[in-house]
Design a protein around this ligand. Structure first.
Ligand code: FCB
Length: 509
């Protein structure tokens, strides 16, 4: 009887919440309300750069990703998923359409980085550059006590070139790839969950710090751990290609990564100094209900926002890793107080729908086909206001400096309009947030050149410079490249801000 009363009460509650929101549209504004009449500028010491990752641009090292790439080719697993941007588990889209040379050399960065950095300086007007060290390049074999000399020299060369071009290095220690040997099973565990993973990570981190620590002040220990977790342990689209039942089942891997972060944080402080800037970066989206009137969609959107964006950042403050709605919780020694800045990567809006067929696994829509909105080549809805919102929330929650370590879009259309729209509108959102008091310190566009976009292969084009893979990796500046340079040098003039009005930008749903 009691149960029935509860059920009726719940139904009444759900119905009234539903009724309350029924008439309300989803977020209808596209910007946070800055005025196109007034120029938006950035402080002199602001960092403008591009972001990259080793596996996506450098020639292949013996990493878990390289093993996956070779296997996908050998087994003909190169299909697309059901829609653009939805990867097919165990596959790398259209990898077979690219030559062995391209698959091996990626963007030929190893031979061209100096010219790429020259362009970043001259065309983009940049003063910084974000890249990652490849653990598998420095330690291609598990038994090595010292890093590989050629790899050591390679990164010295990269840092020398950055210095010549006056680009401040921002280094990442883990950007999705790790040595293939780490994924050999030991005592029934692989990768981050192996009992010796921490010791092996520490050997790598110590080597990087003793080699390059004196040259780099800005460090990101982990790139987007929640994407790695989701794609690698739940969806099976990134190595280790697992499909565990729920986020709690992947919790131990995340806890191990949090431990690895804590070690690196303190090691950097010791070697580089207290004035180093250390943090992680999180993949963020504006998570919104698919059906605004549906309380389940609203609830799920909020839960996903918490678990995907904030739980881990909270843990870096408190030392306690709790995953919302999963029951997973772990206290991690040395983790409390290990973020000097909040690292934000932002890629647009996702809509969350709870289907009664599988209520524990909500459907994620990357755009709304019925809405009048800009959508990139991977089907992702471009949504400037969500960027401003996430920056303000990050500041409200942590009261720390913020670096935008990635923001960009896949646009391979000749007119490059969506990337230009994204650049102007997102930089305006950022400048506006800064005016409101959010302490933003830098913006890194993803990415400098087209590159290997993980399970999407080479098809998704994120570069300010296009790469012609059929013509010796020739780089061509997209119209966005000089545009980014203009904004980095001069800020956003009213003329640039008003140019958004002439683009066929969506103004309503
Ligand atoms: C982010 C990744 C980055 C790149 C962009 C498009 O999630 O950190 O490597 O793939 O997406």
């Amino acid at each position: 009887m009691k149960k029935l009363a509860y059920a009726v009460l719940l139904l009444v509650l759900a119905a009234s919440v539903g009724l309350f929101f029924a008439g309300k549209p989803r977020q209808a504004e596209w910007t946070s309300g800055w005025s196109a009449e007034t120029a938006l500028t950035f402080p002199k010491d602001f960092y403008f750069g591009t972001a990259t990752a080793a596996q996506q641009i450098e020639s292949q090292s013996p990493s878990d990703w390289t093993a996956f790439e070779l296997d996908a080719i050998a087994k003909g697993r190169t299909d697309h998923g059901s829609a653009p941007g939805v990867a097919k588990p165990g596959h790398i889209a259209e990898l077979d359409k690219y030559s062995l040379d391209v698959r091996t050399r990626k963007t030929d960065y190893d031979r061209r980085y100096d010219a790429d950095f020259a362009a970043a300086k001259q065309v983009l007007g940049n003063n910084a550059y974000r890249f990652s060290f490849e653990w598998a390049r420095l330690f291609p074999r598990e038994d090595m006590q010292q890093p590989d000399p050629e790899a050591v020299a390679f990164y010295q060369g990269v840092l020398d070139s950055l210095e010549r071009h006056e680009l401040t290095p921002f280094a990442t220690l883990f950007h999705f790839s790790s040595p293939a040997w780490l994924w050999q099973e030991k005592d029934g565990k692989r990768g981050w969950e192996r009992a010796d993973a921490q010791a092996l990570w520490q050997r790598y981190v110590d080597a990087v710090l003793s080699l390059y620590g004196s040259r780099i002040k800005h460090w990101t220990t982990l790139n987007e751990p929640m994407v790695f977790l989701n794609a690698g342990y739940l969806d099976g689209v990134f190595p280790p290609l697992e499909t565990r039942a729920d986020p709690a089942a992947a919790g131990p891997a995340l806890a191990a990564m949090a431990r690895a972060h804590a070690y690196a944080y303190h090691a950097i402080k010791k070697v580089v100094g207290q004035d180093s800037q250390v943090g992680i970066t999180q993949h963020t989206r504006a998570f919104e209900p698919w059906r605004n009137w549906n309380p389940l969609d609203r609830f799920a959107a909020r839960q996903i926002d918490e678990i995907f964006i904030w739980d881990l950042l909270d843990a870096l403050e408190t030392g306690e890793l709790q995953l919302t709605g999963t029951g997973f919780s772990e206290q991690i020694d040395g983790l409390a107080g290990t973020q000097d800045y909040v690292g934000i990567n932002y890629y647009g809006r996702f809509y969350i729908e709870v289907s009664l067929a599988n209520p524990v696994k909500p459907i994620v829509h990357s755009h709304d086909p019925a809405a009048d909105q800009w959508v990139n080549d991977l089907g992702w809805a471009i949504y400037p206001k969500g960027f401003g919102d996430v920056l303000r929330t990050a500041y409200e929650r942590y009261n720390k400096p913020i670096y935008v370590l990635e923001n960009g879009t896949a646009d391979n259309a000749a007119n490059d309009l969506r990337r230009q729209y994204l650049l102007i509108s997102h930089l305006a959102e950022m400048a506006h947030a800064q005016q409101q008091g959010v302490p933003l310190k830098g913006y890194f566009h993803w990415s400098l050149t087209d590159n290997f976009e993980w399970a999407e292969g080479f098809t998704a084009r994120f570069g300010l410079f296009a790469v012609d893979y059929a013509d010796d990796y020739r780089r061509t500046a997209r119209p966005s490249a000089p545009l980014f340079g203009r904004i980095a040098r001069e800020g956003l003039s009213p003329e640039l801000l008003k140019s958004l009005e002439n683009m066929p930008a969506p103004r309503s749903h």
